[in-house]
Design a protein around this ligand. Sequence first.
Ligand SMILES: *Cc1c(COP(=O)(O)O)cnc(C)c1O
Length: 390
Amino acid sequence: MDEHAGGPVPHAQVRVDLSAIRDNVRELNIRTGAAEVMAVVKADAYGHGLVPAARAAQAGGATWLGTAVLGEALALRAAGVTGRLMAWLCAPGERWADALAADVDVSASAPWAVAEIAAAARETGRTARLHLKVDTGLGRGGAPRAEWTTLVDTALKAQADGLVNVVGLWSHFAIADAPEHPVNTAQVAAFRAALAAAEARGARPEVRHLANSAATLMAPQSHFDLVRTGLATYGLSPVPDAVRPDEVGLRPAMSVRARLALVKRVPAGHGVSYGHFYVTDRETTLALVPLGYADGVPRHGSGGDGGPGAPVLVGGRIRQVAGRVCMDQFVVDVGDDDVRAGDEVVLFGDAAGEPTAQDWARACRTISYEIVTRFAPRLPRTYVGEEPQR
Ligand SMILES: *Cc1c(COP(=O)(O)O)cnc(C)c1O
């Protein structure tokens, strides 16, 4: 439902199609067969809105939700979201007792984390659901392979004491977006070895999980019991040069649109926006878009200084950002097109003919993850496709 229906139309908005999220998860579930789907909803569901996106993913069959930090997981519980939920990025002194009280699965990559979690379990009388993470090659989180069995033994000792249940063993890919890269094969082999070592010492996990979106789409041998899909949940491709979303049955859930705040004719030779990196080469019409980097429009999408700006759809045509993206606004040169203040401009969307988040990523030399995740609280979000339950 459009939450602005009947009210004033916002000057700009992030529109999120919850039915796209639901359908994308359904599609991913079909691809993964017996493996379950964890919808990764960290970072405010990649900018799509934590709670509505989580509910839409559950409606599509996600039996797990995943967040990075604990605060995100607790916010889901506070909103009444039930079901399996894991938060994996914690620092010493974390609010473990709150995690246990809220039935949030936690993760440990080192014995100190197991000790803190066990202490919280002893304090609260609740058994922690614990996932152990091994570094199979990413070189980021996870226990180094040399310290894996120590971590496993520490956790199994706490399990024997009734303080934790080792419910998951997991790891994360480094280069899943290049499926032919030998690091992927090495990581799967290292993961299998880590699982075997843990199981030989007595671990009996419910779920073993390794795959992110790219591996979910391209590497079925990495699915194990559970896949953790972030970007694909939102209908974007983690491998844009190899797989278009529509080729794998996914459609983007987010579009960013605004209404032109001002339209005016200017003569040839007119500098546009801070620094005058764009100068009109003829008499033309400039259209002002009331969105800027404070809203999440990347300043790298500026045009005129070494290349064309990022694309927008205005007046039925793809145009480029002209000159610098400012804090609150940017300008588009629309030539002689008949556009008016109040007309809609689409930065990126989901319909044919609209630029995509990937187009913005390319123009800004980044990844679509960063484009959608940047869009900020100042912009109203409108949900379509499903009633957001609160
Ligand atoms: C963010 C994240 C994911 C999801 O990655 P995508 O590429 O968006 O699917 C999965 N696992 C972990 C540990 C993550 O941090």
